[in-house]
Design a protein around this ligand. Structure first.
Ligand SMILES: C[S@@+](CC[C@H](N)C(=O)[O-])C[C@H]1O[C@@H](n2cnc3c(N)ncnc32)[C@H](O)[C@@H]1O
Length: 278
C-alpha cells in the first residue's frame, strides 16, 4: 500500500498544474513517477494525502512551494558532452570567419550545468586559451539544479568519460574530505552565468543577440504548439549566422518558416544564408 492516498484525479490535477506552470506535458505513464517525486514534499509538509498537498498548494502555496513542485517534476538527465557532435559543430562555428569579437551562447535548459561547462570547454579549446572571447548564459526553470550547477562540483564518476586531457586541463580533483569530487576550473566558471528562466514566461532574462542557442532535450516535454511558439521566439534572438541546437529526438523540419536544417539536429534561422547552396 502507498504511504499517501493517491487517485487518478490527483494525477490529473498534477498534470494540469505542471502543464500550466512549466509547459510540461506529463504522459499518462508517468503517474507513479509523479507520486514518487512528490512524496518528499508531502512528508516535509505533513500532508495526509496527495489531494491534501494539492489543495494546500493551490489554496495558499507561495512562490517557494510552487518552485519546489516544479523542481520535483522536472527531469534533469544530462551529462558532459552529451551528443558530442554538437560540440564539434560549435567549435567550428566559433572559429567561423566574420564572427563577432565576443560571442554569446544561450544554454536554455542547463539542468545541473554539465552542458554549460561542456560549452565553456569547447570555447577554450576552439580558441586554445582559458579566456576565450565567449560568454555563456545558462538558464533552467529548476532552481535546485541551477544551485548545483553553480557549485561546479561533481562526483568524479561524472567526468570519467572525458578524455584525460580534458579532465586534467579543466577540472581540479578534490583531496582529503573532498576526495571523489571534481571541481570545474575557476577560469571556466568565469565564462558562465547561471540564471533561472521558465521558457514559458512571457519575458526571458536574456538580452541582445546570440551566436548559438542550445535548447536540447527540453522541447520533448512540451506539446507541438508550445514547441513552435518557443522556436519562433528563440530563433530571432540569433544573429543571422547563428545556430540553434536541438536534442536528438527534437526535429523542426516542418518549421520551415523559422529554421532550416543545417546538420544533425542543428538549425540556422530560415532568413539566413548559412549552409545554403550559392
Ligand atoms: C532532460 S534535461 C536536459 C538538459 C540538457 N539540456 C541536456 O540536453 O543534457 C531537461 C531540462 O529542461 C528543464 N525544463 C523543463 N521545463 C522547462 C521550462 N519550462 N523552462 C526552462 N527549463 C525547463 C528541466 O528543469 C531540465 O533541467
Amino acid at each position: 500500500m502507498s504511504e499517501f492516498a493517491y487517485t487518478q484525479r490527483d494525477f490529473t490535477r498534477i498534470r494540469e498544474l505542471i502543464r500550466k506552470r512549466a509547459g510540461i506535458a506529463l504522459a499518462e505513464a508517468k503517474r507513479d513517477m509523479a507520486y514518487g517525486r512528490l512524496t518528499r514534499l508531502l512528508r516535509a509538509g505533513g500532508h495526509r494525502s496527495v489531494a491534501d498537498y494539492l489543495d494546500t498548494l493551490e489554496r495558499s502555496g507561495g512562490t517557494d512551494d510552487w518552485q519546489q513542485f516544479v523542481n520535483a517534476l522536472t527531469t534533469n538527465l544530462t551529462s558532459f558532452f552529451r551528443e558530442a557532435h554538437h560540440f564539434e559543430t560549435l567549435a567550428r562555428h566559433l572559429r567561423r570567419s566574420g564572427a563577432p569579437p565576443r560571442q554569446r551562447i544561450w544554454c536554455s535548459a542547463a539542468s545541473t550545468g554539465e552542458e554549460a561547462w561542456s560549452l565553456a570547454i569547447t570555447a577554450c579549446e576552439a580558441f586554445d586559451r582559458l579566456d576565450p572571447p565567449v560568454e555563456i548564459l545558462a538558464t533552467d526553470i529548476d532552481t535546485a539544479c541551477l544551485e548545483r550547477a553553480g557549485r561546479a562540483i561533481y562526483p568524479v564518476a561524472r567526468i570519467e568519460d572525458l578524455s584525460a586531457t580534458r579532465r586534467k586541463r579543466f577540472f581540479q580533483r578534490g583531496t582529503g574530505s573532498n576526495a571523489g569530487q571534481a571541481r570545474v576550473l575557476p577560469a571556466l566558471q568565469r565564462l558562465v552565468r547561471f540564471a533561472p528562466c521558465n521558457l514559458l514566461d512571457a519575458r526571458w532574462p536574456v538580452q541582445g543577440q546570440f551566436d548559438a542557442v542550445f535548447c536540447r532535450n527540453v522541447m520533448i516535454y512540451f506539446d507541438k504548439p508550445t514547441q513552435l511558439r518557443l522556436l519562433g521566439r528563440m530563433v530571432p534572438l540569433l544573429h543571422d549566422d547563428g545556430l540553434f541546437f536541438a536534442g536528438h529526438s527534437e526535429s523542426f523540419f516542418h518549421a520551415t518558416e523559422i529554421v532550416r536544417s543545417c546538420g544533425r539536429s542543428v538549425y540556422a534561422p530560415a532568413r539566413s544564408r548559412v549552409g545554403r547552396a550559392a
